[in-house]
Design a protein around this ligand. Structure first.
Ligand code: NAD
Length: 364
């Protein structure tokens, strides 16, 4: 059973790993090492109650093994909630490869990693994440069939970002319906922070809807596309949170809803794609609730990409992917009602709904 509040990092105390797995509800953690290729990786299977544990592989230059372990434990647990709240027959998993993607990555290392994934016989299914490329996925695919979210050139479903953006758009519309009684976003002032793969697709949808779009990014080229193609108004990064807006859409990095941004932001809704937006899930979630800012839980409204990757496993069905992603609208409203009735943060309400589905799965 997963305990919703037992999140703490692994400390270097006695038997830290199994204890932490038990606190966070992990089923299995696999440490992979290969001297020949220099591979050091950790695969965390958080839950297979609802289906195989799916989640991307991240290659990152972690400063320590404990940092890598904490990351993979948190990320895999997040995938369980994301799959469950989205109604998918999937569990949660994640893998990290420890190393500098620019210096340590080789085809042999990727293939060796794929061979490790294969030993798990489909209990864990991998996909692309930070530090990985379509070419890496191709190498992994040579050793295992337990890979999803691959490029169209490899027979996969391709870039999931447009579907992710559609889900965020649906979550944003549901938030508007809850806050203002109408889900029409025309004339609403939306700040999109990060106009990358998801952010730019979101800008496109908002532009069609007639919203007034403010864009901020550290990449000038992306900003100029958002402005020339979709009429985005460019806002200097450091002034972004002081802009007069209705909706803030974080689509860049995590933890952007923090003490600093909350002391500057003047908005009524937060709905974006970034993972782990709340710097502190409980404290910042509560501040949002107290301020009356409607917060759309990130792991729900950014799940469109996962829905797409999941569909690839069964033979891609675009209509089904879009209708499941559209349903993010209804789930978002369900979470807001629960949050209102029970006086709990929307983040906790979403987690409880996800947990309830897993518990039902356990008893079946
Ligand atoms: P991306 O790398 O394509 O885009 C991120 C953008 O943010 C880039 O344009 C980058 O320049 C910008 N950025 C970086 N630092 C910034 C800063 N300090 N201020 C403003 N802008 C900054 O990534 P993406 O695929 O669009 O994903 C965006 C977010 O959504 C990430 O947090 C990702 O984890 C999450 N997410 C993505 C998907 C998906 O389908 N791609 C699915 C779920 C969640």
């Amino acid at each position: 059973m997963i305990k919703l509040n037992d999140i703490e990092d692994v400390k270097s105390s006695e038997n830290p790993i199994v204890r932490q797995m038990s606190l966070m509800g992990h089923e299995q953690v696999v440490f992979c090492q290969d001297q020949q290729t220099g591979l050091n990786a950790i695969i965390a299977i958080h839950s297979t109650v609802l289906g195989p544990a799916l989640g991307g592989t991240r290659m990152w230059n972690y400063s320590s093994e404990l940092e890598a372990l904490n990351d993979v434990l948190r990320l895999s647990r997040g995938m369980t909630f994301k799959a469950s709240i989205s109604g998918l027959a999937l569990g949660g998993g994640k893998a990290v490869i420890i190393g500098d993607a620019k210096r340590h990555k080789t085809d042999a290392l990727m293939r060796r990693f794929g061979a490790f994934v294969d030993t798990l016989n489909g209990h864990y299914i991998t996909a692309e994440d930070v530090g990985m490329t379509p070419h890496d996925m191709e190498m992994i695919r040579q050793e295992t069939s337990h890979v999803s979210g691959t490029p169209k050139s490899m027979g996969g479903s391709g870039d999931p970002s447009p579907v992710t953006a559609y889900g965020v758009f649906m979550g944003m519309k549901a938030s508007a319906k809850f806050k203002w009684g109408s889900d029409d976003l025309s004339g609403k002032k939306v700040l999109v922070e990060g106009v990358g793969h998801v952010g730019m697709n979101l800008v496109k949808l908002l532009s069609k809807e007639g919203a007034i779009i403010y864009c901020t990014d550290v990449n000038e080229e992306r900003l100029s596309i958002s402005s020339s193609e979709y009429g985005g108004i460019i806002i200097e990064n450091k002034l972004a949170y002081d802009t007069d807006i209705d909706i803030y859409a974080p689509c860049a990095l995590g933890a952007s809803v923090n003490d600093y941004s909350l002391s500057h932001l003047n908005c009524e809704i937060i709905a974006g794609a970034a993972n782990n937006q709340l710097g502190d899930e409980q404290r910042h979630g509560q501040i949002l609730l107290d301020k009356g800012i409607v917060y759309a839980p990130d792991f729900l409204i950014n799940a469109g990409g996962l829905v797409s990757v999941y569909s690839e496993l069964k033979g891609y069905d675009l209509d089904e992917v879009m209708s499941k992603t559209e349903n993010i609208y209804n789930t978002t409203l369900e979470i807001y009602r629960k949050s209102e009735v029970e006086g709990i943060t929307t983040h906790l309400a979403a987690k409880q709904i996800a947990q309830a589905r897993i518990d039902r799965g356990l008893s079946e």
